[in-house]
Design a protein around this ligand. Structure first.
Ligand code: ADP
Ligand code: 5GP
Length: 210
């Protein structure tokens, strides 16, 4: 009898202009999808109130970040608003080895780089209902000073343009509805025949019924 083949995990990559609500949506779906794990990125940005080291990000110094770049530890990295952000190869491998699905919250540049290594990843872009609401959400989060909000808003307009090469777009009017759409995308992608080939083949490797 052949060995049972396991399916590869799914890579779900989420991007959005700052303040559109991707962190909030990611947290919601991680609560309800038991096989999905969050890829914790490294960043040189200081933690926001309530953010935990090792859970929301690995908060590291710029020296350490640059050292890790030199050692080739990142699968992708990018600079945003004067800080460095990157995905560790070992973070992805840890979950791949367990055939778990992985959720990545990364910017469009990082997502584009990741697509080169993971063309079968699922790329989701989150949009706010309007720019005025995006501004309100950025202000309302209360985590950035006025000048940083301006910088993030300016970049948001450029980033929104990147939605065109993503597989899916979710308008985040309402958290519950947006999280349901994300869950629907995940379930539909997990049910694609292409992703279930091993499971289908395993049907023929079952022990004979005597
Ligand atoms: P991002 O991770 O995309 O930068 P956050 O998830 O931090 O954005 O959301 C920015 C702010 O907007 C937070 O204060 C969050 O609570 C709020 N927010 C997110 N989604 C919604 C929504 N659908 N309605 C109202 N407020 C929201
Ligand atoms: P924030 O400071 O709001 O948490 O994140 C700023 C931006 O950095 C967001 O667009 C977020 O998706 C992105 N980001 C977070 N982690 C990574 C990462 O590992 N790689 C890249 N390229 N971008 C990241």
């Amino acid at each position: 009898m052949n060995k049972i083949q396991l399916e590869k995990g799914l890579l779900l990559i989420v991007s959005a202009p700052s303040g559109a609500g991707k962190t909030t949506i990611c947290k919601e779906i991680l609560k309800i999808l038991p096989h999905l794990r969050f890829s914790v990125s490294c960043t040189t940005r200081p933690p926001r109130e309530g953010e935990q080291n090792g859970k929301d990000y690995h908060f590291i110094s710029e020296d350490e970040f640059r050292n890790r770049i030199a050692k080739g530890e990142f699968i992708e990295w990018a600079e945003n608003y004067g800080y460095l952000y990157g995905t560790l190869k070992k973070e992805i491998k840890k979950f791949e080895d367990k055939t778990l699905d992985i959720l990545l919250d990364i910017d469009p540049l990082g997502a584009k780089n990741l697509k080169k290594n993971y063309p079968d990843g699922v790329f989701v872009f989150i949009l706010p209902p309007s720019i005025a609401i995006l501004k309100e959400r950025l202000k309302g989060r209360g985590s950035e000073k006025k000048d940083m909000i301006k910088i993030r808003l300016k970049k948001a307009i450029e980033e929104i343009n990147e939605n065109k090469w993503y597989d899916y777009v979710i308008f985040n009017d309402n958290i519950t509805a947006a999280a349901s759409v994300m869950k629907a995308i995940y379930i539909a992608e997990k049910s694609k025949r292409e992703r279930l080939k091993n499971k289908i083949n395993n049907l023929f490797n079952m022990p004979e019924v005597k």
